[in-house]
Design a protein around this ligand. Structure first.
Ligand code: ASP
Ligand code: MG
Length: 401
């Protein structure tokens, strides 16, 4: 007998058939003798629909009331799944995030879990109930409902698995695992049997849309073994865990990201502390900068280019203009036609020449590189946005045979 935490995403509980399918998965695990806790997301596009509804009422709805509204989506699916499990003859109980013990801070819309009080959950399991938990939500010290941010049910599930010391946290979704690249775009993409927490973290941050990076951070911190698998096919999925075999797999995956833009600050005086000044202006307002490139000095000035999330563009430009005199630049230019292609793999730590193979593959495909960044297990390049899919394919072909 083991304690298993499962999580079912919005598409896995989208309608009656899907809910019954999920109930079937839960019941077979319970009938094998496992203690089962299942975390569910809101059905299908419910969260987006609720956000749209709020928008019809108010241009700037209060964050507290937004959380109250959005939490209903998960609450409804938890109740429906519990009913479906009951109908199959397995006793179950649905709990809200609050009833399940999720205590969070008061940051509505992106609350952090502070403490998980598992007493009620434990009691329900001891009564031989399967427990269905509404994901993505908790309660703050003022007893107001909070939500954990978009996609937050992954985080709920991993946190529960850690607190209950579950054997495994199974994340059921509509793809059957983590792939070497987006299988909808890259025909030769293949499913990974396993991937390390660090690799998965890089993949999530660099654009793979499988697991929320916060949930991977949590899994790494508490060493929770996660399996990503499909609720529809019954195939084994991808195991995410601490140590994986890197033999024969230099690169675990190729990702792309098209959600950012590049800003160039032209003719910045070449003085000590200018880069500090420039980036602290942005950092102090919470705008995070990703790739940075500084040109060589000419006439005692340099150009500094960097990338930021597209959604932050207006704010960043306004801030830089406001500090134009103290930074001392001549002008700002913006390039939206950019995308990032990254390769990720622990295998590159002990193998030289990975970067040059990547650059070679891009050059053979006639794709020019504008900026480069690397970390221990990741290499990213910035290319023209219209070339991004070709770039992913060329790099994938080079490393994944
Ligand atoms: N329903 C929420 C969302 O769509 C949370 C989740 O699905 O994990 O973001
Ligand atoms: Mg959802």
């Amino acid at each position: 007998m083991a304690l298993v935490v499962m999580k079912f995403g919005g598409s896995s509980v989208a309608n009656r058939e899907r809910i019954q399918n999920v109930a079937g998965i839960i019941c077979s695990s319970a009938r094998e003798g496992n203690e089962v806790v299942a975390v569910v997301s809101a059905q299908g596009d419910t969260t987006d629909e609720l956000i749209a509804k709020a928008g019809e009422i108010s241009l700037k709805p209060s964050k507290r009331e937004m959380d109250m509204l959005l939490a209903t989506g998960e609450q409804a699916s938890a109740a429906l799944v519990a009913m479906a499990v009951d109908a199959l003859g397995v006793r179950s109980v649905a709990l809200t995030g609050w009833q399940a013990g999720f205590n969070t801070n008061a940051t509505h819309g992106s609350a952090r879990i502070k403490h998980l009080d598992t007493e009620r959950l434990r009691a329900e399991l001891d009564r031989n109930n399967v427990v269905i938990v509404a994901g993505f939500q908790g309660v703050d010290p003022a007893e107001d409902i909070t939500t954990l941010g978009r996609g937050g049910s992954d985080t709920s599930a991993v946190a529960l698995a850690a607190a209950l010391k579950a054997e495994v946290c199974k994340i059921y979704t509509d793809v059957d695992g983590v792939y070497t690249a987006d299988p909808r775009k890259i025909k030769k993409a293949r499913k990974l049997e396993e991937i390390s927490f660090d690799e998965m973290l890089e993949m999530s941050q660099l654009g793979a849309q499988v697991l929320l990076s916060r949930s991977v951070e949590l899994a790494k911190k508490y060493n929770v073994q996660v399996e990503v698998l499909s609720s529809l096919t019954g195939n084994p999925g991808t195991i995410v865990k601490e140590a994986v075999n890197v033999e024969g797999m230099l690169i675990r995956g190729v990702t792309k990201d098209t959600s950012f833009v590049s800003i160039s600050v032209i003719s910045v005086p070449d003085r000590t502390g200018i880069a500090y000044k420039l980036f602290s202006v942005l950092g102090s307002k919470g705008i995070s900068v990703d790739v940075i490139l500084q040109s060589v000095e000419r006439d005692e000035t340099r150009d500094i280019s960097f990338t930021i999330a597209e959604s932050e563009l207006e704010r960043a430009l306004a801030l830089l203009q406001e500090h134009k005199d103290s930074i001392g630049f001549r002008e700002l230019t913006v390039d939206k036609d950019v995308a990032k292609v990254s390769i990720i793999g622990s295998g590159m730590i002990s193998n030289a020449g990975v970067a040059s193979r990547m650059f070679g593959a891009l050059s053979d495909a006639g794709i020019s590189i504008r900026m480069i960044t690397t970390s221990e297990i990741q290499i990213s390049v910035i290319v023209d946005r219209k070339e991004v899919d070709r770039a992913v394919e060329a790099v994938h072909d080079e490393f994944i045979k």
